[in-house]
Structure formats: C-alpha cells, structure tokens
Ligand binder design. Structure first.
Ligand code: SAH
Length: 240
C-alpha cells in the first residue's frame, strides 16, 4: 500500500499520503509540506518514495508514513509553544516536522508559540551533526536553529534530556525513533502533566516490537497503551 503514495516532488508525496489515508490530519500534512525530505536523504533521487533509507551508522530515515503516524499520535500534545524531545533524531527530518507543528511560521514568535522548543537527541555525534546540517539547507531551518527554537544535542536517549529552569522544564511530547527494551522511567519522569511519549518497545519474547504510548494526565496519572507492530533499529549503547 505504502509504495503507492510515493511522488515526484515533496508536495506530491505528501498529497498522495493524505489521499491514501496515511496522513489524516491537515496540520500534519501542512507541516510535512514545509519540510523538503530531499534535504534529509543521502540519496535525494529516492527522497519522495514512501520508504525508509539508510543514512549510515546503522541508522535509517524512517518512511514518511511512519513519521506521519508518529506526529499524528503525538498531535494533541503538539500545541503551538509546546516543548518536544525527539530521541534518535538521525536525519533530523522528524525534528524539523515537529518544529513546524509547535512553532508554525505564521505565529512568528507571537503569543504562546514563542515558547516552543524542539530538541533532537542523538548518541552518535556524526548523526547529531548530520541532522543539524540537513536542517541548515533551508532558510526556514536556518532561522529555527538560529533563534534557538531547535537544537541538536548528543546524549543517551534512554536518560532523556534535561534543560531549562522550573516552569520551562520537561517535555509535552517525547518521540523515540529507536526500539527500547523497556519503557525507561527517566523519560516518564521528564514528561509534563499532561504529556505523551511515543516509543517503540521490544516485545518481551524478543521476536517483535510494538509502538506504545505513555500518557501522563493533568493529575500525573500514567497510562500505557500498546498500539501496532513495527521494525525500528534498537535504542542502544553508543558505538565505542
Ligand atoms: N528519526 C530518525 C531515526 C533514525 S534511526 C530519522 O527518521 O531519521 C534511529 C536513531 O536512533 C539512530 O540515528 C541512532 O543513532 C539513534 N539511537 C540509537 N540508540 C540511541 C540512544 N541510546 N540515544 C540516542 N540515540 C540513539
């Protein structure tokens, strides 16, 4: 099904994903329209196919329909002005799409949107640098990085990322782009109330993986939900 949604331009790819029902939210469609996937693919001639692509270091840029599904799942928590952590940012593509959702260009820093912050976290420095370099290819990406709305950092995603003072702490949404062996408590601790984590987790029998969402409600109550089967690269120790 997915291959039918490929296109010959970024617009065609996103239109086809929308028409094919792989993107259902117009907010996600508009955000994906604004980020040219060719800037994030080592092989730009395949950038508008709905398929994953190797980016080196045993990492892949996920297929666009997977990025759409992650963004849609987190959408209720991606209000303008939200704080978002993208763990295993790899190519930087989803980091850029998430930034369009929480800091829409139209907002121009006004009102709540001005508080937006998106951090792409990688444990391989070369990939942290790649994400930033890819985003710098567009004027919009350059200004998001220059204004400090988006940053790429190096660290172990299993421990999350802490920054800011008191009311600026924590994350409204955490996306994990690699499969964890467990639902890491440190990520749950760093989640705001309310907030949501989207995370692929290895099945206990070791034979598969499923996407889980972890929600923290306004009172701090945590609920976990198993969604659908997936295949992600593992969330591991950094290579020596
Ligand atoms: N969202 C990215 C996915 C990249 S693949 C994209 O679509 O481009 C998964 C990424 O997770 C890899 O880049 C890998 O280096 C990173 N990763 C794996 N284990 C990690 C860890 N413990 N901490 C941070 N990043 C990790």
């Amino acid at each position: 099904m997915a291959w039918r949604c490929s296109g010959s331009s970024n617009k065609e790819l996103v239109d086809n994903l929308f028409r094919g029902g792989l993107i259902t939210s117009s907010r996600v469609r508009d955000a994906m329209m604004k980020v040219d996937r060719a800037h994030y693919c080592p092989e730009p001639s395949y950038a508008y196919e709905d398929s994953p692509q190797s980016i080196g270091h045993a990492a892949t840029i996920s297929a666009p329909h997977m990025h759409a599904s992650a963004a849609e799942s987190l959408l209720p928590y991606l209000k303008p002005g939200a704080r978002v952590l993208d763990i295993g940012s790899g190519s930087g593509y989803l980091t850029a799409v998430l930034a369009e959702l929480v800091y829409p260009q139209e907002a121009d820093g006004k009102g709540e949107a001005g508080k937006a912050r998106v951090v792409g976290l990688e444990h391989i420095k070369a990939l942290r640098d790649m994400g930033e370099r890819n985003m710098m290819k567009s004027e919009r990406g350059k200004s998001l990085l220059g204004e400090g709305k988006v940053s790429f950092v190096v660290g172990d995603g299993r421990k999350g990322w802490s920054e800011g003072e008191d009311e600026e702490k924590g994350w409204d949404a955490i996306h994990v782009g690699a499969a964890a062996v467990e639902l890491h408590q440190e990520l749950v601790d760093q989640l705001r109330s309310p907030g949501r984590i989207f995370i692929p987790v290895e099945d206990p029998d070791g034979y598969g993986q499923h996407i889980w969402t972890v929600d923290k409600d306004a009172k701090g109550l945590v609920t976990k939900k198993k969604l659908f089967g997936v295949r992600y690269v593992p969330l591991t120790d950094a290579p020596k």
